[in-house]
Design a protein around this ligand. Structure first.
Ligand SMILES: Nc1ncnc2c1ncn2[C@@H]1O[C@H](COP(=O)(O)OP(=O)(O)OP(=O)(O)O)[C@@H](O)[C@H]1O
Ligand SMILES: [Mg+2]
Length: 253
């Protein structure tokens, strides 16, 4: 997949660090992680469980404060902005999309409510169409939708909010193969049609290989290797990356 290196950088994290203190143990969940994302670019983030992938997305989205480092959206310094302020620039999508919707309300209510004063039902319907859902589902509550449908509703909500960056944390892990393929197809379409940029955390290296332009490999809160997807996955330099890719290959056999 080709990446246009001249595209504007939408998001930049510089030397991001985050330490958790759990009882008397300290965990460096992120240590000086550098990350950037261009318009229309998909960046995969892979690494074993506990390597800091979710923490990276949480500090970028403002759900957690960083201990050190800087976050920029374009030229604007966003370090210290909470989730509300960051939410105007980027949206996070979780594995369990269902629980990210208020169970008391219909989808259309939740999506319109998220628009910060905007109430444009025609736009919601157009987005529903774009992700290939039937607009009758808009009147349903989250419990009456499948996981894949909720995932697509979460994408609609993010786009309705005007986000051009999505942070996706294992969003396809709980879906069956055909729902997974649908979500991947939608993300690809949004990338091409709207220049959507995605930080895509996944255990599934084959999926990352298929979808992403570049990848970061994380271990113990550090980036051990990063670069063009073809270079990293097909010719890993770091022994940890090699091991990760080998074990992914074995699992898919
Ligand atoms: N709120 C917290 N309090 C204490 N430790 C935490 C907290 N959140 C995360 N950690 C620790 O920080 C490290 C990184 O966790 P993180 O959730 O970012 O990993 P991950 O790469 O997303 O893992 P997985 O693939 O299992 O989702 C882990 O050691 C985890 O136990
Ligand atoms: Mg995680």
């Amino acid at each position: 997949m080709k990446t246009d290196d001249s595209r504007e950088i939408l998001l930049r994290g510089e030397r991001l660090s985050k330490r958790f203190t759990d009882k008397d143990r300290q965990i460096d969940a992120l240590s000086e992680v550098d990350v950037f994302l261009r318009r229309g670019e998909f960046l995969g983030v892979v690494g074993e469980s506990g390597s800091g992938k979710s923490t990276l997305l949480k500090v970028i989205s403002g759900l957690l404060p960083v201990d050190a480092g800087e976050i920029y959206c374009g030229e604007e310094r966003m370090t210290g902005c909470g989730a509300r302020e960051m939410g105007k620039r980027l949206q996070m999508i979780f594995q369990d999309a269902k629980s990210s919707f208020d169970p008391r309300f219909s989808m259309v209510h939740s999506i319109l409510e998220s628009g910060r004063g905007k109430r444009d039902l025609a736009e919601v319907r157009a987005l529903i169409d774009l992700v290939g859902l039937d607009s009758v589902l808009l009147s349903r509550k989250p419990a009456a939708l499948s996981g894949g449908q909720c995932q697509r509703m979460a994408i609609v909500r993010a786009l309705y909010n005007g986000a051009d960056i999505l942070l996706c944390d294992e969003i396809t892990s709980a879906l069956d193969v055909s729902s997974q393929a649908q979500i991947v197809g939608i993300l690809k379409k949004l990338k091409e049609q709207r220049g959507l940029a995605v930080l895509f955390v996944s255990h599934d290296i084959a999926l990352v290989r298929m979808l992403c332009d570049r990848v970061l490999v994380m271990q113990n809160g550090r980036v051990v290797e990063g670069g063009r997807i073809a270079n990293v996955v097909d010719d890993p330099q770091d022994p940890y990356t090699r091991q990760l890719i080998e074990s992914a290959r074995r699992q898919s056999l």
